[in-house]
Structures are given as structure tokens and as C-alpha cells.
Design a binder for this molecule. Structure first.
Ligand code: MD3
Ligand code: FE
Length: 209
């Protein structure tokens, strides 16, 4: 379903087995060199979402190999299986084989939401590339707010994102404002591997070297 030009929602894209397998990898990432952490915004407020990164570490508003705002250690490598999954996701959402084959995401921001976490309306502009963002959700559903490229306010569309859903943001949608207004506790399906809370993985191309 195309929500806006370049913004495609594919509900139930991951099987329960895939969700469970990825949730198990998430547990490993959180026990890796850099633990889950709430990024602190420039105004001094920590985000309610906690994040672990692969490939490149994101902090507002830059990418580095080492997590200087956590413990200074280098983040885990971006896994090859995730590059392949990102290409498959892009092909199945947009349908252009050449675009998908040339897609090599090099960072993943893996966000964990407890039942009270939210993400305010923002644009993702820290990447030096216009390549699409591939998003995968596991666990509790949430209300995702997809806005416009001009303002963080109306018009916007609220979409429920559930466990196993794929969302691709490319083209004109790549720089749209978006956020998560609430998590819907108790909605994670049996067998998804995350009984409570929500994980969202966003794969991106940093354009860094
Ligand atoms: C639209 N994450 O990590 S995923 C983020 O559910 C982020 O954790 C949300 O926004 C989450 O930056 C939303 C959907 C998403 C991700 C990246 C986008 C939508 C996007 C980039 C550009 C436009
Ligand atoms: Fe975002």
C-alpha cells in the first residue's frame, strides 16, 4: 500500500519465524560492545526510545564508528544478511530490480520502545544519501504518524504498524516528517519473539566512509 509517493507499507511481510529469529539477534546486539541507550537530544533531554546501532553509531546529529556518547566502543558490523534482507524488502515494496540490487545499507538503528515510549515528529537528515530507508517492526503495534516535508504538523496520516510489517521510505517521502505517537501494549502476537515492547529496525545508507 502506497501511503504517499515512495512510502510503501507492506503489512505482515516477515513471518513469525523470521520475527522470532530477528528478535533473538536483537537480544545479542544489546549484549554486544555498546548497550541499548537513550540518545540525549541537544537540549539535554534523553529520548524515551532506546537504541542500539549496527555499522555506524547514530547520535543526534551525526554518525561515527565508535559510540562516544556511551562507552567509546566500536559498534557491531552491519550484518550481510541484513543487506540481503534490505534488498529483498526494497524490491518487494518498490518493484525496481536495479534499485534493489544497488541498495547497500550500512547502518541500522534498532529502536526499542517500552509501553510509554514515543518518538516526536522529525525528519531523518543525518545521512548524506537520498537512498531509501527500510523499516521493520517486531512486537507490540504502534501508531506511526507520517507527515509532510514542510512542517511537523498537519497534514499527516496515522498508520498502525504491527509486528512483521515492512515500511519503505524513498523518493519524495524520504524527507517527510514522521513519528510514533503511542505503543499499543499487549498487541504483540504470540511467537514473535518479543512478548512486550516494540522493536523497529531502520536500515539506511549513511553516505559515510
Ligand atoms: C520516514 N523510527 O529511527 S520507523 C527513526 O518506529 C524513526 O522507530 C520510527 O523514525 C520507529 O528515525 C519510525 C519508520 C520510518 C523510519 C525512517 C524514515 C519512517 C521514515 C525516514 C524518512 C521518512
Ligand atoms: Fe525517523
Amino acid at each position: 500500500r502506497e501511503i504517499a509517493p515512495g512510502a510503501v507499507h507492506v503489512p505482515g511481510w516477515l513471518s513469525l519465524e523470521q520475527q522470532q529469529w530477528i528478535a533473538a539477534r536483537f537480544e545479542e546486539w544489546t549484549r554486544g560492545p555498546v548497550p541499548l541507550r537513550a540518545a540525549v537530544l541537544p537540549g539535554g533531554h534523553p529520548m524515551s526510545v532506546r537504541t542500539v546501532c549496527l555499522g555506524w553509531h547514530w547520535q543526534p546529529y551525526r554518525y561515527t564508528r565508535e559510540a562516544f556518547d556511551v562507552n567509546g566502543r566500536r559498534v557491531l558490523d552491519f550484518p550481510d544478511w541484513m543487506v540481503r534482507l534490505g534488498r529483498k524488502a526494497l524490491f518487494e515494496a518498490h518493484g525496481y530490480a536495479a534499485e534493489a540490487a544497488g541498495y547497500t545499507p550500512d547502518t541500522a538503528l534498532v529502536n526499542f520502545y517500552d509501553e510509554a515510549a514515543k518518538m516526536g515528529m522529525h525528519q531523518d537528515k543525518d545521512e548524506r544519501s537520498r537512498a531509501p530507508v527500510v523499516s521493520l517492526s517486531i512486537g507490540d503495534s504502534c501508531v506511526f504518524r507520517f507527515g509532510n516535508t514542510e512542517t511537523r504538523t498537519k497534514p499527516y496520516t496515522d498508520v498502525e504498524l504491527s509486528s512483521g510489517d515492512l515500511f519503505v521510505f524513498g523518493g519524495a517521502s524520504r524527507f517527510a516528517y514522521h513519528g510514533v505517537t503511542k505503543v499499543l501494549p499487549g498487541t504483540a502476537p504470540e511467537g514473535c519473539g518479543l512478548p512486550r515492547g516494540r522493536i523497529n529496525i531502520t536500515m539506511r545508507v549513511t553516505g559515510m566512509s
